[in-house]
Write a protein that binds this ligand. Structure first.
Ligand code: NAD
Ligand code: MG
Length: 390
């Protein structure tokens, strides 16, 4: 039996991961599960999978979790340090699916025990890519991408030489507002931005898809994970979300990965790697689909892509600032403090202030630099929010 842990078990990726684990009885033993305030679901999962330990991110949720798991063999714990401790428990495979920069520390800790890290938490690569890859190398650990585009690229690269790669193209659904004119975007509501046309995901990444910040993050993720120069990474709008990514080689060949928009493709690939197993995903009926649409992204309506290119050009601490400013902007939008378009304005303002006064782009030497940059960017964003209020 393979020992597996799932961080962010109660979220969209976490639930899908446990769904696949449940379908192969006897194949996996669950070590650690983590969640946030959804103690009821976390406790149900811990019981169902007979987890060794269940961890909530919030200290004030610990009594409820302890009560919900009383009489079971499952240990309980709470808080950031407990998440890291749980990630250090020996496991063969660890899913990193906490949302936001909070996912970095547990994933980093898991690498230090030489495990295979299935990485859904894109913030880890955006904020600390070089450190994460170095940590994996140091401990003989492996990182498998779980973001659908990056899993697609990874699969298209099997047996290939990176030196033959001319470009990587990641597709974008275009999100909830792909056909909205700029004037209308200004008044987009949280509810409208929280509905994705193709994918069922957590609220934060769904809104990031509507603003194209998700694709912006994924450009940076591609650069960091595959070690590609930014000019070799492209994005294209593909409303059907059936092609997840394409890899172009120096002989002009393009290898594409297609599949239904179901995260269990990418999660399952990482879970079963290097084998492939049956997955309960829809099989595409290509004749019925008939045609696929592709078009260039609109960087006027969606400036997040340009901000990602600027961030990649700076490198170093810029990714941590970009992500933290984006998270702060998203919090402010969800809290109805600022409008939809003000999110990109805010990120741009934070990046420009930090470029001018905070030595943005300094090479990353350690995680503390990531945390300091993150804190500075969030504080600056908080200061700037009042002037962007609608
Ligand atoms: P979600 O909001 O559905 O779930 C997030 C999980 O993280 C929950 O278990 C929650 O309790 C936990 N969590 C939230 N804040 C936390 C904190 N501060 N500390 C510890 N735990 C915390 O999110 P999701 O959509 O499953 O996404 C998870 C990660 O995977 C994100 O980084 C996202 O960008 C990435 N991702 C998701 C999808 C998708 O289809 N949902 C696709 C690609 C990548
Ligand atoms: Mg993706």
């Amino acid at each position: 039996m393979r020992r597996v842990s799932v961080f962010g078990a109660t979220g969209s990726i976490g639930v899908n991961t446990l769904d696949l684990i449940a379908r192969r009885p006897g194949a996996f033993q669950v070590v650690a599960l983590s969640g946030g305030r959804n103690v009821k679901l976390l406790a149900e999962q811990a019981r169902q999978f007979n987890a060794e330990i269940a961890v909530t991110a919030h200290e004030d949720c610990l009594p409820a979790l302890r009560e919900a798991l009383a009489g079971t063999g499952t240990e309980v714990a709470a808080g950031k340090a407990a998440l890291v401790e749980a990630a250090l428990r020996p496991a063969d495979w660890v899913m990193s699916a906490i949302v936001g920069a909070a996912g970095l520390a547990p994933g980093f800790a898991a690498l230090s025990q030489g495990t295979t890290l299935a990485l859904a938490n894109k913030e880890s690569l955006v904020t600390a890519g070089p450190l994460l890859l170095a940590e994996a190398k140091k401990h003989g650990a492996r990182i498998l991408p779980v973001d659908s585009e990056h899993s697609a690229v990874f699969q298209a690269l099997v047996g290939e030489d990176m030196a033959a790669v001319e470009r990587v193209i990641i597709t974008a659904s275009g999100g909830a507002f792909r056909d909205w004119p700029l004037e209308k975007l200004k008044d987009a509501t949280v509810a409208q931005a929280s509905t994705h046309p193709n994918w069922a995901m957590g609220q934060r990444i769904t809104i990031d898809s509507a603003s194209m910040f998700n694709k912006a993050m994924e450009l940076i993720e591609t650069k960091e994970f595959f070690g590609l120069p930014p000019e070799k990474i492209e994005t294209i709008v593909h409303p059907e979300s059936l092609i997840h990514a394409l890899v172009g080689f120096k002989d002009g060949a393009l290898m594409a990965h297609l599949g239904a928009p179901d995260m269990r493709h990418a999660i399952g690939y990482a879970l079963n790697w290097p084998e492939r197993e049956d997955l309960p995903v829809e099989r595409l009926d290509l004749a019925k689909i008939g045609s696929l649409t592709l078009r260039a992204p609109d960087e006027v309506r969606f400036p997040a892509l340009r901000l990602a290119r600027e961030t990649m050009a700076m490198g170093g601490t810029a990714g941590a600032a970009f992500n933290a400013a984006k998270e702060a902007a998203l919090d402010a939008f969800i809290g109805e403090e600022i409008g939809f378009l003000a999110m990109t304005t805010l990120v741009e303002q934070v990046l420009s202030e930090m470029t001018a006064h905070h030595d943005l782009g300094k090479p990353l030497a350690n995680l503390d630099m990531v945390y300091e940059t993150d804190a500075t960017a969030r504080a600056l964003a908080r200061q700037m929010i009042p002037s962007l209020r609608t």
